[in-house]
Ligand binder design. Structure first.
Ligand code: HEC
Ligand SMILES: [Cu+2]
Length: 385
């Protein structure tokens, strides 16, 4: 139902291509602004009505909304229609000042207009209460994610300590968001999940949900929180599975030094075969690998242990086989699974294992932060609406 005129909601092409996920040949939006990465153009028409429903209780919310909407519409039409009709029918006719005789009482009619609307309202209450409980009651085995809202950033911290400025969830996994604000009132709103909860300074608030659709959805702050409130938006990515979320490490912010991210990649992908110590497992131990200088190879010869060697060992394990592990490497290539950036983090971890003093403990790159301006009085006093 595309009843509303299009408005450009997103600001950058990138943002638009993230949002746009349906076809609607709307020519009032410049083509370049609505081009998706795959070259097709489109504008998601349901942006103007309901966004996609992507959490377990979203369909109930939509149902209830439509139920209330149609009841309101029917009653509005009936009441205003009857009013207009009676105004005309019983208008004062020329010279006639007497009132028409009318019944003082009609039991059937009175019962109908009491009982009928009561039933409609009880249904409204029933589904409203059910929806409210669905949003409020913790689910068993929830993954707990800390949400820190501050002017004008979102930070999500996961159980393993990783954090990000975009929210990454797992499809079908019950999630509990434990939310805090560092400054003023904010409100977390994920339209696709039909979930909106205020975040109050000095208090924990919680949101419970289970995403049930893979994809990217928008998250916005919906509590006016100062100058750049409108910029306080981010994306929610729902991954197919926890494994898929772990594989894709790009979203993890450089909150942690590279070697710690490397250790994380190691734990997930390599620890089954490589020890952190020098002791060999299925593969050579990592303990002193970086400091070795040279590695002896299967079939004689040696190779310098440097970035390129590590990179090759991960992406093309057959290229250099370590002496004693031949003739065929038991290791599978990580081509397509790890990125160059991942490999660099693994290298930082190898360096760390060799000599913890040698690596930087500074987070890689700076997370973009808005300069901390003092809140104006009005902002500081921002209260819930
Ligand atoms: C299935 C077991 C297995 C897994 C998983 C595995 N490796 Fe290996 N790896 C080996 C074996 C066996 C060797 C020795 C043969 C060779 O050189 O290819 C090896 C060799 C290496 C070498 C060369 C070591 C040296 O002493 O010169 C590096 C570096 C390496 N692996 C890195 C990794 C990284 C990083 C990961 C995780 C992203 C990983 N490996 C996952 C089995 C594995
Ligand atoms: Cu805000």
């Amino acid at each position: 139902m595309n009843w509303f005129p299009p408005t450009l909601i997103a600001q950058t092409n990138e943002e638009i291509s993230k949002i746009v996920s349906g076809m609607n040949n709307d020519t009032s939006v410049p083509a370049h602004a609505i081009e998706r990465p795959d070259g097709t153009a489109g504008w998601y028409s349901s942006e103007y009505w309901f966004p996609e429903a992507a959490s377990d209780f979203a369909p109930n919310v939509d149902w209830l909304y439509m139920y209330i909407f149609w009841i309101s519409l029917v009653f509005f039409a009936a009441i205003v229609g009857a009013m207009v009709y009676f105004c005309i029918k019983y208008r004062r006719k020329d010279g006639n000042l007497d009132t028409e005789p009318s019944p003082s009482h009609n039991t059937n009619l009175e019962i109908a207009w009491s009982v009928g609307p009561s039933i409609l309202l009880v249904v409204m209450f029933w589904y409203g209460a059910e929806g409210f409980f669905n949003m409020r009651i913790p689910r068993a085995d929830s993954e707990e994610i800390q949400v820190t809202a501050s002017r004008w950033n979102w930070k999500f911290t996961y159980p393993d300590g990783d954090s990000s400025s975009e929210l990454h969830l797992v499809n079908g996994r019950p999630t509990k968001l434990v939310m805090q604000s560092t400054d003023v009132l904010h409100s977390m709103y994920i339209a696709a999940f039909r979930q909106k909860v205020d975040i109050v300074p000095g208090r924990y608030t919680y949101a419970y949900l289970t995403p049930n659709k893979e994809g990217e959805f928008r998250l916005a702050c919906t509590e006016y929180c100062g100058q750049k409130h409108s910029k306080m938006r981010t994306m929610v990515t729902v991954h197919a599975s926890d494994e898929r979320r772990k594989e894709d490490t790009q979203w993890i912010e450089a909150e942690y030094p590279a070697w710690q991210n490397g250790e994380r990649i190691y734990k997930i992908n390599c620890s089954g075969c490589h020890n952190k110590t020098a002791e060999a497992g299925t593969g050579p131990g990592f303990g002193n690998l970086w400091g070795k200088g040279e590695e002896s190879l299967h079939g004689g010869g040696s190779v310098k242990v440097d970035e390129q060697y590590i990179y090759d060992s991960i992406m093309e394990p057959g290229k250099h086989i370590v002496a004693g592990y031949g003739p065929v490497s038991k290791m599978n290539s990580f081509k397509g699974k790890l990125t160059q950036a991942d490999v660099n983090q693994v290298i930082a971890f190898l360096k760390y294992l060799d000599d913890p003093e040698s690596v930087s403990d500074k987070p890689e790159g700076e997370v973009e932060k808005e300069e901390d301006e003092k809140p104006t009085e009005a902002e500081a006093e921002n209260t819930s609406t």
